[in-house]
Structures are given as structure tokens and as C-alpha cells.
Ligand binder design. Structure first.
Ligand SMILES: [Zn+2]
Length: 374
């Protein structure tokens, strides 16, 4: 008897991404905002424990239902009014969302999907205008076709999936929905879409999902990013490791052999090509970081100036070269940026380890004493 081979899985055509705890680690931040608003009232925090606040269980919970229930529990809150409390909460979340940590690999996946023209949407239970503000503050509005939140007239992620299939011009089965909650799994199942879970029994994070998702989209695996690789192996750095770091930036000495002692590299931690794709936090910090690092490097080397350039050519991930140009330098101008390649090929003598180490130690101590004001 002939057996029929199992049908090949549908090639996926569009991507729908939950936002909170799929792309950014926001549930903890939202919980803190909720507690902050509730604690303004006597017994407010305890009252939170008696009402339904978690939509991931699949229950229909919004900021409006939470504060409506909260007002029922806390008489003093009734005097303020549920809608005013929703406004307080929304403001606290807005402040927290721009700086919340992203789930590992989120920016990288969005960049890969955009570069490969995959229709990509954010699909969240957050009210649409709040969601769009949050996506914009993260600098992700440039990467997605649309951010679809809780529809105005009442609706849910299934309605958004229908909208996504319509806009992408594909079937329900060709849409991938990615999320961390039971509500995500159920929405995908009800609409008939493929579901990929982040966390729990599913993929560790977005970074672990990416190769699988790209394969299901019929796309080749992404090339490895040299800068992401380097950022994940900080123990292997020369001269005692990092020179300085913050939640968004890493400063290190260029790899050996280098043409100029004190050739520093400033990496964005996030896989971001350059300023056009910065989020609000990165844009606000880039100037202060460059100013302080250049100053420290100039002080440590006595350089006439600090040459600075970034092209994101060898890897599409921001890595800024900061090279001291000494008063008596033999090589100046753009040729300086060729010195590392020439040192590698043996055409010029590489900078000595002791000189590099001394500069790194001096810059590290200076930045530890006076970090960039962020
Ligand atoms: Zn990268």
C-alpha cells in the first residue's frame, strides 16, 4: 500500500508580531507602572491582587477594565475616576517604554525582515495610539508595515490577523504570528495561522526563532553579524576587555594588529545600522557619548584631534572608529582608516601592545571617573 507523504508546510508570506515580551521586555515595566498608580491610594496595591490584570491568560483585560475594577475595590479611587487613572498609567508606561530592554534579537529580526521585503506587522492588545507611540519611540516604525493595536470599535488579535492577511494579500495559513501569551496562541489558532511561541515551552527568544522563521518564509539564513558576534564574546577582547559600557553602548579597542595605538571602536549594543534607525534613547545619547569618549581619548594620547568615522559596510551594525591623529603623524586624512588593513597585511608596523594597553587603561580610568552624562 502506498503511503501519502505529509503535506509540505505552507510557505509563510507575512509576519505578525506581538509587542510586549515578544519584542520588548515590557511586562515588568508595565507592572511597575500599575503598582505606582495603585499605590497612590491606601490599600491600592493589595486591591490589585483581587482584580484581573493579566491579559496573557486569555482573559479580556485592558487598562480600562483594570481601572474600572480598581475603582470598584478602592473608594478613594472612585473620586478620581477610572479614566483619569488610565491617563496616569498610560503616561507612566509611555515614559518606561522607550528605555525598556528589547528581547534578544528583536531589532536584528526586524532589520532582516525589512531588508527582505517581508510584510511585517505588530499585533498587540495595547490601544492603537499608545502602541504606535511606543513603536515610534523605539525607532521601529521604519521597519514595520503597520502597528495594529486593540481596534477602536472593540476587536482583538484575530481581527488584526485578518487585516494583516488582507494587506499582505495572502491566506490565513501564510501568516506567522509570534507571541508569548496564551492569547497569542489562541488568536493564531482561531484564525488558522502558524504560531511561534517566545518563552516558556517555545523559543528562548527572538534570536533563537530567527533562522526557523526565515526558513519557513522560504528565505536563506542570515549571514552572521561580526559586530553582534563580538558583542557577545566580550571576554575575548584585548587589553583587559571593555573600555566603557552602558545599556546602549560598548567601547573597546580595535582588534590586533592595529595600525594606530588607541584606535577605539564604539559599538551600538543593538543591531542597528546607523543614526537613521536610532531609537529616541540612542539618538539622545549618541552626541554626549561621542563627545566624552573623544575627549578622554584625546587627553590620554595628546592627539591633535580624534578622527571619527562609521560606514557600517563590513557589517550592517553601527561600529564607530575613533582614531587618535597625533601632531607628528606620518599618515593623515582618510588614509588613516587604511592603517589597520595595512598592519594586518604587514605593509606597516602594527602598534605595540604596551602602547595600546596604556591608552586603554587611561581612557578606562577617565571614563570611570567621569562617564558620559546620559
Ligand atoms: Zn549586529
Amino acid at each position: 500500500m502506498e503511503t501519502t507523504p505529509p503535506p509540505a508546510p505552507t510557505v509563510l508570506r507575512a509576519v505578525s508580531l506581538d509587542f510586549d515580551d515578544t519584542l520588548i521586555e515590557s511586562e515588568a515595566m508595565k507592572r511597575a507602572a500599575l503598582v505606582r498608580v495603585a499605590s497612590a491610594f491606601d490599600g491600592g496595591e493589595a486591591a490589585l491582587g483581587r482584580i484581573q490584570t493579566d491579559s496573557r491568560t486569555g482573559a479580556k483585560v485592558t487598562r480600562h477594565t483594570i481601572f474600572r475594577d480598581f475603582c470598584r475595590e478602592v473608594p478613594a479611587a472612585r473620586a478620581v475616576g477610572a479614566e483619569a487613572l488610565v491617563d496616569r498609567y498610560s503616561e507612566a508606561v509611555r515614559e518606561g517604554i522607550a528605555s525598556a530592554t528589547e528581547v534578544h534579537g528583536a531589532s536584528r529580526l526586524l532589520a532582516e525582515l525589512r531588508d527582505r521585503n517581508v510584510p511585517t506587522f505588530i499585533n498587540s492588545a495595547t490601544p492603537t495610539s499608545a502602541l504606535q507611540d511606543a513603536v515610534k519611540a523605539r525607532g521601529w516604525d521604519r521597519f514595520v508595515s503597520a502597528a495594529l493595536g486593540a481596534p477602536e470599535g472593540g476587536g482583538d488579535k484575530v481581527d488584526n490577523l485578518a487585516e494583516i492577511a488582507k494587506r499582505a494579500g495572502c491566506t490565513a495559513a501564510a501568516v506567522a504570528h509570534i507571541g508569548d501569551g496564551a492569547n497569542d496562541a489562541s488568536a493564531a489558532q482561531r484564525f488558522g495561522s502558524a504560531f511561534f511561541r517566545i518563552g516558556g515551552e517555545g523559543y528562548r527568544d527572538i534570536s533563537a526563532l530567527m533562522p526557523v522563521l526565515l526558513a519557513r518564509l522560504g528565505l536563506p539564513a542570515p549571514a552572521t553579524c561580526r559586530i553582534c558576534e563580538k558583542n557577545s564574546k566580550l571576554d575575548a577582547l584585548p587589553y583587559g576587555g571593555l573600555v566603557w559600557s552602558s545599556p546602549r553602548w560598548l567601547l573597546l579597542h580595535a582588534s590586533k594588529p592595529t595600525g594606530v595605538a588607541g584606535h577605539l571602536m564604539l559599538h551600538a549594543r543593538r543591531h542597528v545600522v546607523g543614526p537613521a534607525d536610532f531609537n529616541d534613547c540612542e539618538a539622545a545619547e549618541f552626541g554626549p557619548v561621542l563627545r566624552r569618549v573623544s575627549d578622554a581619548l584625546q587627553t590620554a594620547t595628546g592627539a591633535k584631534r580624534i578622527y571619527t568615522c562609521f560606514m557600517s559596510e563590513s557589517s550592517p551594525h553601527l561600529h564607530v572608529h575613533l582614531v587618535p591623529r597625533l601632531h607628528d603623524a606620518d599618515v593623515t586624512g582618510f588614509d588613516v582608516f587604511q592603517l589597520q588593513a595595512r598592519a594586518k597585511s604587514g605593509a606597516v608596523e602594527a602598534a605595540g601592545d604596551d602602547a595600546c594597553r596604556a591608552i586603554v587603561d587611561a581612557v578606562r580610568a577617565d571614563l570611570a571617573a567621569r562617564p558620559p552624562s546620559l
